[in-house]
Design a protein around this ligand. Structure first.
Ligand SMILES: Cc1cc2nc3c(=O)[nH]c(=O)nc-3n(C[C@H](O)[C@H](O)[C@H](O)COP(=O)(O)OP(=O)(O)OC[C@H]3O[C@@H](n4cnc5c(N)ncnc54)[C@H](O)[C@@H]3O)c2cc1C
Ligand code: FES
Length: 274
């Protein structure tokens, strides 16, 4: 477990850049005293001063530099749209860094990243951090989005030495989802060995577990789930995780966000929410 040293902070938004029709890069002034964070940790952002929407919205830390904290934000509903509408100079009320586990550094220095949509954010943070620390020199990512317009190519190509893209409509890169791309590369024996780090929609990660069994040394995934408190108090984000012969409930916000992907009881998790 990470000792998070988390807190609530008010920080200024320095930059809000639209990267695609639905995604923006928010660069926030790093608040005084905001602790170092690890890939897989997140911040929880207050949407507005009004009581609705009440709950903060969780966002993975995409980068943390001495003076800035960056997140990648996709507008999917009212809360994210309100945060995306903030302008440089606006105050952001954030809590963090949250999350009790993070992506471990790759054993033997070899890693592959697989991202779906905004699942890119924590993987980008890991790749940047480990390159800065000289843990990784080569970084390979498989990254999928719905279409060419949603694919954040420039962002990815700046940070990874080898990039393979997939789009559902085939408008850029491989036609299909990133799991199908992964299967295709595995069949052609063109995947690097090592540790797999993933983040994306739940169905994607579940399918990835089936597609990559026996291919990688280990598979760590940063999970997303609907959250309320974000700090382990309400149990609203619990997921079933296999332990010594039994399944136990773990919270994504404080036991995670990072778990061994094969430890998640995927079927039970889906059955609960039907
Ligand atoms: C640990 C964590 C890290 C995250 N990191 C990022 C990130 O880096 N970038 C990013 O854009 N988003 C990220 N998300 C998702 C983001 O928090 C949600 O998109 C946001 O809370 C939606 O708020 P809203 O009010 O706009 O949508 P709502 O109006 O609350 O919901 C709109 C739709 O989105 C779905 N939805 C809402 N929250 C989630 C969720 N957590 N997982 C799956 N579906 C959801 C709802 O079911 C609904 O269909 C992360 C979530 C978690 C738990
Ligand atoms: S959101 Fe409350 S325990 Fe995770």
């Amino acid at each position: 477990m990470i000792s998070s040293g988390r807190g609530c902070y008010t920080a200024l938004l320095k930059r809000n850049a639209r990267l695609s029709p639905s995604c923006s890069l928010l660069v926030i002034e790093r608040p005084d005293g905001f602790p170092d964070a690890r890939p897989g940790q997140f911040v929880s952002i207050r949407v507005s001063d009004s009581p609705v929407p009440l709950l903060r919205r969780p966002y993975s830390i995409m980068d943390l530099a001495p003076k800035t904290l960056s997140i990648l934000l996709k507008a999917v509903g009212r809360g994210s749209a309100e945060i995306a509408a903030r302008k440089p100079g606006d105050a952001i009320d954030l809590m963090g860094p949250l999350g009790g586990s993070s992506f471990p550094e790759p054993e033997g220095g070899s890693a592959i990243f697989i991202a779906g949509g905004t699942g890119l954010a924590p993987l980008l943070f890991a790749a940047r951090l480990w390159r800065r620390k000289r843990i990784l020199s080569e970084t390979c990512i498989l990254y999928g989005a719905g279409s060419r317009g949603e694919l954040l190519r420039d962002l990815v190509m700046r940070d990874f030495s080898e990039c393979r893209f997939a789009t559902l409509d085939g408008s850029s890169g491989f036609r299909g989802d990133v799991v199908a791309l992964c299967r295709d590369l595995a069949r052609k024996k063109r995947l690097p060995a090592g540790t797999l780090y993933s983040c994306g929609p739940r169905g994607m990660v579940r399918a990835l577990v089936g597609a990559t069994r026996g291919v990688f040394r280990a598979h760590y995934t940063s999970l997303e789930s609907i959250m309320a408190c974000g700090v382990g108090a309400c149990r609203g984000c619990a997921v079933p995780v296999k332990g010594a012969g039994a399944v136990a409930l773990r919270t994504v916000c404080s036991d995670g966000t990072v778990f061994m992907a094969e430890d998640i009881a995927w079927e039970e998790w889906e059955e609960w929410e039907e």
